[in-house]
Design a protein around this ligand. Structure first.
Ligand code: GRG
Length: 302
């Protein structure tokens, strides 16, 4: 089993036990959260988090709660993004979306539950009275909250939504230019990926230089991820992607492939990896396991 598959198996095991138990957590919302959480995502973000802890020579187990918390938040974002009020999609991770099977109200609550439980989990695990570990956990809570919140993913989603939908105050939709598309993606999908690397490096006890390099490299991975996502939206098959292919093109939203073409976009994604590698090398953390995740992001087909 290679490094990525081995880490994915560890993440799956940890996620199996992560939700609060029934009956404290009502069965109905437990079922709704489980439906989306255990639907076979790639687990890219938690794997990047664990690899970052490894890259700084830390104990990977210390990073597992943060890794899982980030996957909970990612799953919440997909559930809410698929709602009729947002992207209005009916297929995700190869299954009907949660609101299709459980209703919109329960899908909203499942997303809320995953988001809030993520912070309860990372605040309480790993259990320790060691002041250094407690300080690391607090730092990671800040990193994840900023990445998921209004200056990160929520902000990016708001820019995206406002580009196609009139706001309640009657503002017209604001189509995005190239700079706007970059900013939107940096926040909407890039911020949580970046936080995955940074949180892993912090929980692994990395030095400030190592953490800064992994933060920058994860930012490059996040950009590469989005560029490849746009290429797959054009070239991918819905069955492989586990979601509706061609949606961005059909909605007329500008994407990397529509702005730059597929070939240039591919080159841009490879350049992200090159920049990530030099940044990591300069800080002495060009770990092959971390770089392997960058290659996986660029070479993936789903
Ligand atoms: C609702 C606040 C809020 C935010 C939603 C992430 C997001 C913001 C929306 C998702 C829209 C989307 C499909 C963006 C493309 C990039 C992306 C995040 C793809 C899904 O991530 P993967 O490929 O999915 O890692 P899996 O299922 O493998 O985990």
């Amino acid at each position: 089993m290679d490094y990525i598959d081995a880490r994915r198996a560890e993440v799956e095991r940890a996620l199996e036990a992560i939700l609060p138990p029934v009956p404290e957590c009502p069965q109905v919302v437990h079922d709704a959260m489980s439906y989306s959480l255990h639907a076979g995502g790639k687990r890219l973000r938690p794997i990047l988090c664990l690899a970052s802890a490894d890259a700084v020579g830390g104990d990977r187990a210390m990073a597992m709660p943060a890794a899982c918390a980030i996957e909970l938040i990612h799953t919440y974002s997909l559930i809410h993004d698929d709602l009729p009020a947002m992207d209005n999609d009916t297929m995700r991770r190869g299954r009907p979306t949660l609101h299709v099977v459980a209703g919109e109200g329960m899908a909203i609550l499942a997303g809320d539950g995953l988001l809030t439980h993520a912070f309860a989990h990372v605040a309480s695990e790993p259990r320790s009275t060691d002041p250094v570990l407690i300080a690391h956990k607090l730092e990671v809570i800040r990193i994840i909250a900023e990445a998921a919140g209004p200056i990160g993913m929520v902000g990016g989603q708001a820019i995206d939504l406002a580009s196609v939908t009139p706001t309640p105050r009657g503002h017209r939709p604001r189509p995005l230019d190239e700079q706007g598309v970059r900013t939107m993606h940096r926040k909407k999908t890039g911020a949580l990926l970046r936080a995955s690397g940074r949180a892993g490096a912090v929980m692994g006890g990395g030095s400030p230089t190592q953490i800064a390099a992994i933060d920058d490299a994860s930012g490059e991975f996040g950009l590469a991820f989005q560029i490849v996502d746009d290429i797959l939206d054009v070239e991918g098959v819905s069955a492989d992607l586990g979601k509706t292919a061609g949606k961005d093109a059909a909605s007329g939203k500008p994407t990397y492939s529509s702005l730059y073409g597929v070939e240039t976009s591919r080159r841009m994604a490879r350049e992200c990896l090159e920049r990530a590698e030099s940044r990591l090398a300069a800080a002495g953390v060009a770990d092959p396991r971390l770089l392997g995740i960058g290659r996986w992001i660029v070479e993936r087909s789903n």
